[in-house]
Ligand binder design. Structure first.
Ligand SMILES: C[S@@+](CC[C@H](N)C(=O)[O-])C[C@H]1O[C@@H](n2cnc3c(N)ncnc32)[C@H](O)[C@@H]1O
Length: 361
């Protein structure tokens, strides 16, 4: 599943990067589930424990909570070896308890929080807000799977429009709690908007609310087919640009690989041949778009280095381009004489520290 690939792909470089800090590292899974899927594929708890044991510098602890008692029992059994080594700790209860207890400790630690509920129920904005408001929130990162397809059922827009109910609709409280306010009504009850426009508007405002708590927020839509409905959005929050840059590349690659495999699954005869090129082999449209974005970024924010422009681009166009594509396009622009750099360097090649300028400006 795409969400598990994003999680496992990110964990290794994330934990490796934390090698320089001496702080304890906590990986927290607020909607843990049984640990692995019926076919034996690791779920988020097993992924986290395996990564913590291998790359956690002996300072990484994984905390899991499940409301469902049977999932809690299965999880505890699945993680037995990690529990004995004190890498994993499982509890049964409401997910919000874990956030409350974590912020109640004064201890300083690095925190990665994962929120993967089935729908929106129980995934309270207030719990995520508490974590992001920790005084040292630069060392907090959060990954949320926000269920978008459930928005329409919970909003019950048609029932509201027909005014078929006099009492408040119970599911609205689930949306208020999960989204952190009633702003969703502005979009979900607007009959000028198409369903996907409503979803996008709600997700954008949800992300803006997160951005008030932590500087860097990016998201990846998950669909079952190309141009199909978005089922959920994987939303990533970080206090570090390095974290955003790392996640940008993972989400871009994993999203495109996923959409490409959905496409090739519909062409079973061609799938096993090399008649269908890899998704990354034809990105000319994206590279042309990137060339315009780079020129605009340099024009509107003069004086920055190559890495600085990349950081601007991933904030405004999260997961649209890979870092290696950006470096290739800047090199091409340099070769074509569209940009230059006054920075002294051993060869004509650009590096991250090179100041970029538009040529002839
Ligand atoms: C989508 S599953 C998690 C799957 C898991 N992330 C994985 O990759 O294997 C959601 C889990 O959260 C649990 N859950 C649902 N609501 C909860 C709540 N309010 N508090 C704690 N756990 C809850 C469910 O019982 C279920 O086991």
């Amino acid at each position: 599943m795409i969400k598990d690939r994003v999680l496992s792909g990110y964990m290794k470089p994330y934990l490796a990067k934390l090698g320089t800090t001496q702080l304890p590292i906590i990986l927290m899974d607020s909607f843990a589930g049984p640990g692995k899927f019926e076919d034996g594929t690791p779920g988020s708890p097993l992924i986290m424990c395996q990564m913590a044991a291998r790359y956690g510098h002996g300072r990484c602890r994984c905390l899991f909570i499940n409301k469902n008692k049977s999932h809690h029992r299965i999880l505890t059994k699945t993680l037995d070896g990690f529990i004995k080594k004190k890498v994993a700790f499982t509890v049964a209860g409401e997910s919000s308890i874990l956030s409350s207890q974590l912020i109640a400790t004064n201890k300083n630690f690095v925190l990665f929080g994962y929120f993967d509920p089935f729908g929106l129920k129980g995934c309270e904005f207030a719990s995520i807000e508490k974590l992001l408001k920790r005084s040292n929130n630069r060392s907090t990162e959060v990954l949320i799977n926000l269920n978008v397809s459930g928005l329409h059922r919970l909003a019950a827009s048609r029932t509201v429009a027909e005014d078929r109910t006099t009492s408040e609709i119970k599911t609205h409280k689930i949306l208020d709690d999960a989204l952190g306010g009633k702003y969703w009504q502005r979009y979900m009850f607007d009959d000028q908007l198409k369903p996907e426009e409503k979803e996008l508007a709600v997700v954008n405002e949800y992300k803006s609310k997160l951005k008030k708590l932590i500087p860097y927020v990016g998201s990846c839509p998950v669909r079952e087919k190309e141009n199909g409905k978005v089922k959920y959005q994987i939303i990533f929050c970080s206090g570090h640009l390095d974290g955003l840059a790392l996640m940008n590349d993972f989400m871009c690659r994993i999203y495109n690989e996923h959409m490409h495999s959905v496409f090739t699954d519909n062409l079973p005869l061609l799938k096993s041949t090399d008649a269908i090129p890899d998704w990354s082999s034809d990105r000319n449209r994206e590279k042309n778009e990137l060339r315009i974005i780079i020129a605009t970024a340099i024009k509107t924010n003069p004086g920055r280095a190559r890495l600085g422009y990349w950081h601007l681009i991933i904030q405004n166009h999260f997961m649209k381009f890979l870092n290696r594509e950006y470096n290739a396009v800047t090199r091409m622009m340099l070769d074509r004489g569209e940009i230059d750099s006054p920075t002294q360097r051993p060869t004509t090649k650009l590096n991250d520290g090179c100041i970029l300028r538009l040529s002839g400006v």
